[in-house]
Design a protein around this ligand. Structure first.
Ligand SMILES: Cc1cc2nc3c(=O)[nH]c(=O)nc-3n(C[C@H](O)[C@H](O)[C@H](O)COP(=O)(O)OP(=O)(O)OC[C@H]3O[C@@H](n4cnc5c(N)ncnc54)[C@H](O)[C@@H]3O)c2cc1C
Ligand code: SF4
Length: 505
């Protein structure tokens, strides 16, 4: 295979002379991202995907057809000007590429790593469609990651490397106080955008570390925590106050924050952190975890250190069953592998095609030795006399007619019960919203699933109170939470400007 540097040079020369036609671009090989070897990474928590080299990034960017109608942008929840940023990468102008991405997305190093691009921008990409294979689409996410990482290593901060100080400019003080509840991606964006308008912003976070799911849920091997820490540091440098171990609804209520503590606008971004269970026999046995608890112990409390420096260690498991087929299930299974389990089974009641997890995570889990048990679902969990898990009993399933979600409904096959010997069961079948804010905030409207009801500007039923992310959308994605944080911040800035205006009249 041709040397990458030579290939890039040839392509650039052709482009310069105007002879790089669409058919030539379609013939450029899609660039694979270098990864840690599957066997080696089973024994460490370092990031799996290592990122494009500069040559790879520019070759990949040259695959882009620079379509006039930009279908990729249609697939992007925050409408990044994808064609233009990829054009800048192809030209080697990474600062410009970053500036374009940051017009719409504040956390490119995060989104480049965790966004489900294959069902968003890349799904619509003309290259993938022309080659009749979505995996051959231009790797927009990997290019986004490349740009953010390049900026991080060339100017200290992936956040705002294109600015001299690396810190976004903040308007003169307005004297108005904003409370952001929850420090997930939505809260971070809402805090940054309201602070930029000159308000005094405080983020209240229930956990002892800020970052939301990006810190306690998504593991280090997919999203290095240093990236999230850097984003939080930028907020601090902008003058945002971050208060941890502060549970709104317990430490202070929203009413107290607004009526007694002087906060004039509040953003609620508390996520969907309440795990769902299956309500089957044996779920309270020792060795059964919700994915939330398991991942939080592993990520936030460093359980992978097994006692040495770990705040809340996890018992060592030999055989682990993970129930579910989403990102949370993949993260749990792959974490169990790294925590030393000999066997990790992933039990999912549909087929691989219906799995909601990112395709890349499914492949990585398989490469790392996670055994997929498809068209199966637990019926009960079995324990010994000490109340510890010894096995999981499952039923086999087949697919019936499509259900409300459009996916074919799994139907249990009667009498197909069988048992798998395990000592740990991790339930990763979804999350609901925590009822604390609902119980302590009279006047705030919720829907029947416990999500806060908002209008198109993320305004809630209470004046001055805005909400976004998973607490509004149900368990969704980082980019959607970020998008709502931005919409809410714009509405909060407008609300506060009006309030200030009416005071000075
Ligand atoms: C394991 C896992 C893997 C995931 N993988 C992906 C992925 O690959 N790609 C993707 O796009 N999405 C993924 N998601 C979903 C994504 O992380 C969420 O959609 C996103 O983080 C939601 O953001 P948010 O702003 O609503 O807040 P969250 O990230 O949910 O953070 C909310 C914060 O609020 C805090 N909080 C809660 N209640 C209170 C309170 N009363 N007072 C103060 N603070 C409070 C919580 O401690 C938390 O830190 C994953 C989720 C999980 C759990
Ligand atoms: S659809 Fe694909 S090829 Fe067209 S501009 Fe977007 S990324 Fe480039």
């Amino acid at each position: 295979m041709m040397d990458k540097a030579k290939l890039l040079q040839e392509l650039l020369e052709k482009e310069k002379s105007g002879t790089l036609k669409a058919k030539d671009r379609l013939a450029i090989p899609a660039q694979d991202i270098p990864e840690q070897d599957a066997e080696a990474r089973r024994r460490n928590v370092s990031e799996v995907a290592l990122g494009y080299t500069e040559e790879q990034a520019r070759i990949e960017a040259l695959r882009c057809l620079q379509c006039r109608n930009t279908p990729c942008v249609e697939g992007c929840p925050v409408r990044i000007r994808i064609r233009e940023f990829i054009g800048a990468v192809a030209a080697g102008d990474y600062r410009q590429a970053l500036a374009i991405i940051k017009e719409n997305s504040l956390l490119p190093a995060v989104c480049g790593r965790v966004c489900p691009q294959e069902v968003q921008c890349q799904e619509k990409c003309t290259v993938g469609r022309s080659l009749k294979d979505v995996s051959q689409a231009v790797s927009i996410g990997r290019l986004e990651r490349f740009v953010a990482d390049w900026a991080g290593s060339h100017n200290g901060s992936p956040q705002d490397a294109h600015r001299e100080s690396g810190i976004p400019a903040v308007a003169p003080p307005t004297g108005m106080k904003v409370a952001i509840i929850g420090s997930g991606p939505g809260g971070i964006v809402a805090a940054a955008d309201t602070r930029r308008a000159g308000h005094e912003v405080t983020v209240f976070e229930a956990f002892h570390k800020p970052g939301g799911v990006m810190v306690y849920g998504i593991p280090e091997f997919r999203l290095p925590k240093a990236i999230v820490r850097q984003e939080i540091e930028t907020l601090r440098k902008m003058g945002v106050k971050i208060v941890t171990n502060f549970i709104v609804g317990r430490t202070r209520t929203i009413e107290q924050l607004m009526k007694e503590d002087g906060f004039e606008a509040v953003y609620i971004g508390v996520g969907a952190g309440l795990p769902s269970f299956m309500n089957i026999e044996g779920e309270s046995l020792v060795g059964v975890y919700s994915a939330n608890e398991y991942l939080t112990r592993a990520n936030l409390m460093k359980a992978y250190q097994f006692g040495a420096g770990a705040d809340t260690p996890i018992a060592r498991s030999k055989k682990v069953a993970v129930v579910g087929g989403g990102n949370v299930a993949m993260d749990s299974a792959r974490t169990a592998v790294r925590l030393g389990a000999e066997k990790v089974y992933l039990i999912y009641r549909r087929t691989e095609k219906e799995m909601p997890a990112r395709v890349e995570e499914v492949h990585h889990a398989q490469q790392e030795g996670v055994e997929f048990h498809l068209l199966q679902n637990p019926k009960r969990i079995i324990g010994d006399a000490n109340g510890s898990v010894t096995a999981i009993e499952c039923l086999r399933y087949e697919l019936g007619e499509p259900d409300a979600s459009g996916r074919r409904r799994p139907v249990a096959i009667p009498g197909s019960e069988f048992q798998i010997e395990v000592d740990t069961v991790i339930i990763a079948i979804g999350n609901l919203s925590n009822p604390l804010i609902r119980q302590t905030t009279p006047g705030l409207e919720f829907n029947k699933w416990g999500n806060i009801v908002v209008d198109e500007n993320c305004r809630t039923s209470m004046a001055g109170v805005f909400a976004g992310g998973d607490i509004v959308l149900g368990a969704a994605t980082v980019i959607l939470a970020m998008g709502q944080g931005r919409i809410a911040a714009a509405a909060m800035n407008e609300y506060l400007a009006r309030k200030q205006g009416s005071r000075s009249e």
